[in-house]
Each structure stands twice: as structure tokens, then as C-alpha cells.
Design a protein around this ligand. Structure first.
Ligand SMILES: N[C@@H](CCC(=O)N[C@@H](CS)C(=O)NCC(=O)O)C(=O)O
Length: 346
């Protein structure tokens, strides 16, 4: 009886310690949020330069859909989409930069996988672009399908899911290849152009961006096969819940805005005249507003007004209003047959 009682006591003591640990780790949850607020800007990890996703111009101004993801978070937190600093990172460097605290968020065409989400101390906050891996070949090669690539030299970037999918694909098809590996996409394109490889493989969206960098883009073609799923999205450190939610809901707000037909151009009008309760909640005139996220009530208004809704962000950077001219496809709203679906703001 006494032993049982002691065991119970010990159990309760252990449980109390465990919950204290849990509470104290939750108490840490606010650290990135607080630190960002204090320093007055978001430090955002991006690529070293990839048109449409994150690329600097000659004046050092960054643009791209991933850059806009960072700007949306800055608009939500500070009411100022410009309150962002960018850290260019190669694929190999990106997770260490996030883990070490060098950046507050990673927004760098990064694929959400189980391994990354469960073993690197990081958390994916959503999907801003549904992609898949493809192949770019020199048209002279005369290859029409990826199944004809047996024995090819393949240019590829280190530290990517691309490397792993390539190995799987060739193994499954019983084909061999020689990897020609680089750290930066710029080097990969140069190598492809110089004929150091027969084919360049990466996320398909990026093939269109890289193709534009070639001296004669029409000399290269994208093969029809898409060999993987590459859901790309923003990433934060694990256990930092308050910050995680701000990043997650910043993207969701943009998708909701598109669903509701709210744009950067009409949001002021909507604010004055809309009687739609969904629009009123998005704009922060009704409902929970910014409270649960520790943000200003105008958090989503500021995102849409300054960065635009998801569709505007897509078209401007990678879609029909951009040099890439990528169709919405999987990245269209669910109501039009795509996968973008805004979790309810209510
Ligand atoms: N989505 C893949 C690939 C991402 C990736 O890094 N792709 C290269 C190939 S184009 C890139 O973006 N490079 C940009 C750079 O060199 O900074 C992943 O998460 O591993």
C-alpha cells in the first residue's frame, strides 16, 4: 500500500516536472516573435538568386514569390512590408541558418518532407507553391522523354530533394547517370550551357526560370515527365508556436483574400462598402481580428494592401504578368481545380 502510495507520489512528481518542462518550452514559443518585434524587421532566408522566387536586382532590391512571403509576414507584424532583410543561402546552408537563429524564417523554394519536418528541429508553415521535379535538355540531344536518359550526365544542385528523387527515378527505371553537382543554381546553368551535362534537373518552376538565363533559351526544352511532388513553403524553427502561427496565417490570409475577390486595388473600397461578413473578418472589422496572433487588427488588411492576395502575388512573380509565364495549374484556388485552399478566418 505504502509502496503504491510512494510510486504514485513519484509519478506525480515526474508528471509535474514534465509539465513544467512543457510549459517552459512553450514559454520559449514567443522568442522569435518577441525578438523580431524588438529589432523591427524580419530576417528572411532566400536563395542566392532565382528569378520569380527570390532574386536581387542590381540595386539589391529583392523580388519573387518567396520574397513576397517574407514581406507579407512583415506587413502582418509591423504594418510595413518593407521591414525585411534578406539572407541569400544555398540549398546546403539553408537549414543550419534557420537552426542557428541567423534567420527568423526560411522562404526559399524548400520542399516540405517528413525527414525535414521531423528531424531538423524545424516546422513547415504551409505551401506557397506546389511544384514537381522535371528535366531540361538541350534540344540537340534529340530526347523527347526522361525514359530516354539512360547514361546521361545530369547537372544538379547539392543538398536538395532533387538529388534524392533523381537517384530514385533512375534506379526505378533501371537506368544509370553521372551526377554533376554544384552549390548554386547560377553554376548549374553555366555548366549546362557549357555542355558539362546533357540534362539539368530541378523543380519544374525553376527550370523555366533557369531556361531564361541561357543565351538561347529556345535551344533547350523541358521534358514532359514530372517525377516528384515538391510542395514548397515557408519554414520556421520548431517549438516557436507564436511565430509559426504568424507565418502560417500570413499565407492563409492571402489565399482567403483571393477566394473573396479582395485585392490590393479594391481592399479600401471593400473596407468601406462590403457587407460580406467574411470580408469584414479578413479586413479586421469583425470577429477575432488580430487578437489570437498578437497582431494588430489590420494584420491581414496590411498584407493584402501592401503585398496583394495570393493570385496577385503569383501572377506578378511567376505567372502571366512575369517573364516566367507559368500557368496556375496546381496553384490555382481549389474552387477552380487547384490546391490552394484558405483555412477559414473566423
Ligand atoms: N525544392 C528543392 C530544391 C530547392 C533548390 O535549392 N533548388 C535549386 C535549384 S534551381 C535552387 O533554388 N537554387 C537557388 C540558389 O542556388 O540559390 C528542395 O527543397 O530541396
Amino acid at each position: 500500500m505504502e509502496i503504491k502510495g510512494m510510486m504514485k507520489k513519484n509519478y506525480l512528481a515526474v508528471a509535474a516536472i514534465a509539465s513544467a518542462v512543457l510549459i517552459s518550452s512553450n514559454a520559449n514559443a514567443g522568442t522569435t516573435f518577441d525578438a523580431v518585434k524588438k529589432k523591427g524587421f524580419v530576417q528572411c532566408g532566400v536563395t542566392t538568386g532565382l528569378t520569380g522566387f527570390s532574386a536581387p536586382d542590381d540595386k539589391g532590391n529583392w523580388t519573387g514569390i518567396d520574397v513576397d512571403g517574407c514581406r507579407a509576414v512583415a506587413a502582418a507584424v509591423f504594418g510595413d512590408a518593407k521591414a525585411v532583410k534578406f539572407t541569400p543561402l544555398t540549398a546546403k546552408e539553408r537549414f543550419t541558418a534557420l537552426q542557428s537563429g541567423e534567420i527568423d524564417m526560411l522562404s526559399r523554394n524548400t520542399t516540405w518532407t517528413l525527414t525535414r519536418d521531423s528531424s531538423l528541429g524545424i516546422s513547415f508553415a504551409g505551401v506557397n507553391y506546389y511544384d514537381g521535379q522535371g528535366f531540361l535538355v538541350n534540344k540537340d540531344l534529340g530526347v523527347k522523354s526522361a525514359t530516354e536518359l539512360d547514361g546521361a550526365a545530369v547537372c544538379i544542385q547539392a543538398g536538395t530533394t532533387t538529388e534524392l528523387n533523381l537517384a530514385d527515378y533512375f534506379r526505378a527505371k533501371g537506368m544509370s547517370y553521372t551526377p554533376v553537382t554544384y552549390d548554386k543554381s547560377e553554376e548549374t546553368v553555366k555548366a549546362f550551357e557549357a555542355g558539362r551535362c546533357d540534362v539539368l534537373t530541378s523543380d519544374q518552376s525553376q527550370l523555366y526560370a533557369l531556361r531564361l538565363k541561357l543565351k538561347s533559351p529556345e535551344a533547350a526544352g523541358v521534358l514532359p515527365e514530372v517525377i516528384s511532388k515538391e510542395p514548397l513553403g515557408p519554414v520556421v524553427r520548431q517549438g516557436d508556436d507564436a511565430w509559426f502561427k504568424v507565418v502560417r496565417w500570413s499565407l492563409i490570409a492571402q489565399v482567403n483574400a483571393e477566394e473573396l475577390g479582395v485585392t490590393s486595388a479594391n481592399i479600401d473600397d471593400m473596407k468601406k462598402n462590403s457587407t460580406d461578413p467574411n470580408v469584414k473578418r479578413l479586413i479586421g472589422l469583425d470577429g477575432i481580428k488580430g487578437e489570437g496572433l498578437n497582431l494588430d487588427d489590420a494584420w491581414a488588411y496590411n498584407i493584402v494592401k501592401q503585398v496583394g492576395n495570393y493570385g496577385e502575388m503569383f501572377e506578378r512573380n511567376v505567372g502571366m504578368d512575369s517573364p516566367l509565364k507559368i500557368a496556375r495549374g496546381l496553384n490555382d484556388l481549389w474552387t477552380r481545380g487547384g490546391l490552394q485552399y484558405g483555412t477559414p478566418i473566423r
